[in-house]
Design a protein around this ligand. Structure first.
Ligand code: MN
Length: 292
């Protein structure tokens, strides 16, 4: 099943190029901030699944006519793995890897959707803002200290994720937490439709030029390992997102670019890049030091 958040954070299922509004079944009508109906749908999915599947017979609206939002706007966190592909470590000149470095967090406020642009902050002319092509793992069940052998019980589904990043040596969170720096979408596809997340080809294009093309079999810390490592530190909740880390081929994005990301058996989305008039942090309006 493919699940979307759309327009004013209604919830839909996608079938044959159409969105079927299931907000009534998911308690997503008239949501106050933060919109958490998707978190509850994920938590209650085993009970709701038959009703949602029956709703597939309802009339849909064309997918192209809705505004796709980020699928889980109320995620409590995005756990993100740095340098989780050897070839990306090499291109960045980093000797550490995610298995020795651990993870960082991107804030839920950075999440955006398939039909929302990446809004670039104001930075110095020589500061690179890069795309990173990552698999999003959407957590399905609350858990702490999850052993890697039990990872499947805790995965609800998958999505595509762009980890937008200001390059530099400053703290990762300051460089990666700008609003709209975490597009996730276009939908969540449930785990049963994806199978092994350790054999997924992911690709990213900028203006139709292929920039990244790699398989999750080359992850340093695999999906079970990411769940084990994160849940050793914090409780994972339904709707939380794990960002896999990027393969090699990262590169700059500029206003006017169109960034397409695709994971096989998951989906694809194309996100616009625009220049914002905010985010003028003095750290980044100066020239960057090399690295990171
Ligand atoms: Mn990343």
């Amino acid at each position: 099943m493919k699940l979307v958040s759309f327009n004013d954070y209604k919830i839909g299922i996608v079938r044959d190029g159409a969105v079927i509004d299931v907000s009534d079944l998911a308690g997503a009508n008239n949501q106050k901030w933060p919109p958490v109906a998707m978190n509850h749908l994920i938590e209650d999915f085993a009970n709701l699944r038959a009703k949602l599947e029956s709703a597939g017979a309802r009339a849909g609206i064309p997918l192209a006519s809705v505004k796709l939002r980020t699928p889980v706007p109320g995620a409590t966190k995005v756990v993100a793995y740095p340098v989780n592909y050897h070839a990306h470590g090499a291109e960045m000149g980093q000797s550490y890897r995610a298995n020795t470095q651990g993870f960082f967090l991107k804030p839920p406020s950075a999440l955006s959707g398939a039909n929302e642009p990446i809004v670039l902050p104001i930075v110095a002319a020589d500061r690179r803002i890069d795309h990173e092509c990552e698999l999003a793992i959407v957590i399905g069940k609350k858990g702490r200290d999850i052993p890697r052998e039990r990872w499947q019980e805790y995965v609800f589904g998958y999505s595509c994720l762009i980890d937008a990043t200001v390059r530099g040596k400053e703290e990762r969170v300051a460089r990666k937490a700008f609003d709209s720096f975490c597009p996730v979408g276009p939908w969540i596809v449930t785990a049963d439709e994806v199978g092994d997340p350790g054999a997924l080809q992911g690709r990213l294009w900028v203006n139709e030029q292929l920039r990244q093309d790699a398989n999750t079999r080359d992850l340093v810390v695999d999906v079970p390992g990411m769940i084990e490592m994160a849940s050793s530190v914090l409780t994972l909740y339904p709707g939380d997102i794990i960002a896999s880390g990027t393969p090699a081929g990262v590169g700059p994005i500029h206003p006017g670019d169109k960034v397409k990301i695709e994971f096989e058996r998951v989906g694809s989305m194309t996100v616009d890049v625009v220049q914002g008039q905010t985010g003028k942090l003095s750290l980044f309006t100066k020239a960057a030091a090399a690295g990171a």
